[in-house]
Write a protein that binds this ligand. Structure first.
Ligand code: HEC
Length: 177
């Protein structure tokens, strides 16, 4: 192959080399501009999207390790148990004694807050005379007696169903008679 270059070949080579150099220079300039533009853009432009993405991967990405992890796990379990319990109070039982022992006993065993004690038959006799329906209604809706003592609605646990409260009142009355 001949290595001899004509003058027109040389001219072509020169122009071609200049063109390549200019293209390379343009490419470098574009890369530099691109870098600056990218750097000047706000990174987390959508906070909500980042939050949502975080929420989506949290259960998978969360690692329960060591004491901190165990504490977090126990706290989560306690919260879940509480949520479950507040949906159906005391496992949904309609056993008056069970509900009484869990809740109503705090006031009605000791007489706290001026509550008539379960063992105090004379305190219950006039109330029972009002009729079971009235007692049930007062226990469900809450009731403030003539002395200003207050019976909180459902004993303070709104998760109790009306049926559960009724069963408990009936059990209490059966004990106080
Ligand atoms: C925070 C304390 C407290 C708790 C807990 C509580 N009570 Fe009472 N309850 C009272 C007080 C105080 C009275 C008396 C109000 C009055 O002066 O007549 C009362 C009265 C009653 C009466 C009589 C109402 C009337 O018309 O005379 C019934 C029935 C009753 N409670 C049922 C319940 C039941 C059922 C529970 C549990 C689910 C419960 N209570 C939990 C404080 C409490």
């Amino acid at each position: 192959m001949s290595t001899h270059l004509t003058p027109s070949d040389r001219t072509f080579m020169k122009h071609f080399a200049i063109m390549i150099a200019m293209l390379a220079g343009t490419a470098v300039v574009l890369m530099i501009i691109g870098t600056f533009v990218w750097a000047s853009l706000p990174k987390e432009s959508n906070q909500q999207e980042a939050q949502r993405a975080g929420d989506r991967i949290t259960p998978v990405a969360a690692v329960y390790a060591g004491d901190t992890g165990r504490a977090a796990m126990e706290a989560a379990k306690a919260a879940a148990d509480k949520a479950a319990a507040s949906q159906v109070a005391y496992g949904g039982t309609t056993d008056g004694k069970t509900i009484f022992d869990h809740l109503c006993t705090t006031c009605h065993e000791t007489g706290a807050a001026g509550a008539p004690r379960i063992t105090d038959k004379s305190a219950w006799a006039p109330r029972i005379k009002e009729g079971i329906a009235t007692l049930v209604k007062h226990a469900i809706d809450g009731y403030t007696g003539p002395d200003g003592n207050h019976m909180p609605a459902k004993g303070g646990n709104p998760a109790l169903t009306d049926a559960q409260v009724e069963a408990t009142v009936k059990w209490m009355v059966s004990q106080a008679q």
